[in-house]
Design a protein around this ligand. Sequence first.
Ligand SMILES: C[S@@+](CC[C@H](N)C(=O)[O-])C[C@H]1O[C@@H](n2cnc3c(N)ncnc32)[C@H](O)[C@@H]1O
Length: 304
Amino acid sequence: MHESVLLTESIDNLNLNKSSIIVDCTLGYGGHSSNILKKIPNGFLYAFDQDDEAIQKANQRLKSISDNYEIINTNFVNLKTEIKKRTDNVDGILFDLGVSSPQLDEAERGFSFHKDAKLDMRMNQNQKLSAYEVVNNYELDQLIHIFKVYGEEKYAQSIAKGIVKERKIAPIKTTLQLAEIIKQNVPEKYRRNNHPARKVFQAIRIEVNNELNVFETALKDALDLIKVGGRVCVITFHSLEDRICKQIFKEVSTIPKELQNLPLIPDEYKPKYKIIANIKPTPAEINKNKRARSARLRVIERSL
Ligand SMILES: C[S@@+](CC[C@H](N)C(=O)[O-])C[C@H]1O[C@@H](n2cnc3c(N)ncnc32)[C@H](O)[C@@H]1O
């Protein structure tokens, strides 16, 4: 089962009232959404996901609470168009990024370097690009770039070269095969700390699902969608996502540098948003749930 991260903190920060209209961009197994739905008996919840299995399970859970919700089965990159078709009145938007524990636990999804499976890593099972294509067909330079940028992997080059060498002999088909190649292409001492495949697997997952670009687009659209007084809450799980969130929140909540010394700031340059919170899980939550270790919740409110 998926244990929701920063659940109380994110729900509290959505400032819900009984009639709130809320968008959960990452429904998953409905941990956040079910708690939201209970608190908005006269409101409405729109929830996005692109994983058929998660949607089916979450739907069962939400159905038992109320019918004030709609699940939108698509990538949240379509947030703006899908929500604009339905309402102009959004009070709060939540992102709880990444993959869920069940996605990680199901070996056949190919997200885990601990479990043997076909190289897959697609969150949307209907999409074409999978980890297999990335590993077997991307050019050496593309692999190095992805491992460096999306994995912040210092042995990006030797790992990518190792992959290219192996796949000349035969295609790399499984997660454990890939994990082993990674292990063989990093120094001995690097193998002792975290699993040496962790960063490369993260990098391939980000590439397969185009995670960073999709998130950046959707976050900007979320800021446009919320009404004055509305809030956007974002839970991230690694520094790349968090950096995007931090930067966008900073840009929209500060006066441009060149105008900062003006005695009077023209209305159109006054920031429309204010930063509300930047929260890490408590040691108690991290103790209970390892996934929370790297999580962070950022909250922003629209003020104009
Ligand atoms: C960490 S889980 C969410 C867990 C949920 N908040 C809960 O408490 O049960 C993230 C979910 O978002 C979905 N997801 C991630 N990126 C997505 C995207 N770009 N579009 C739609 N769904 C996405 C994943 O399929 C996964 O089910």
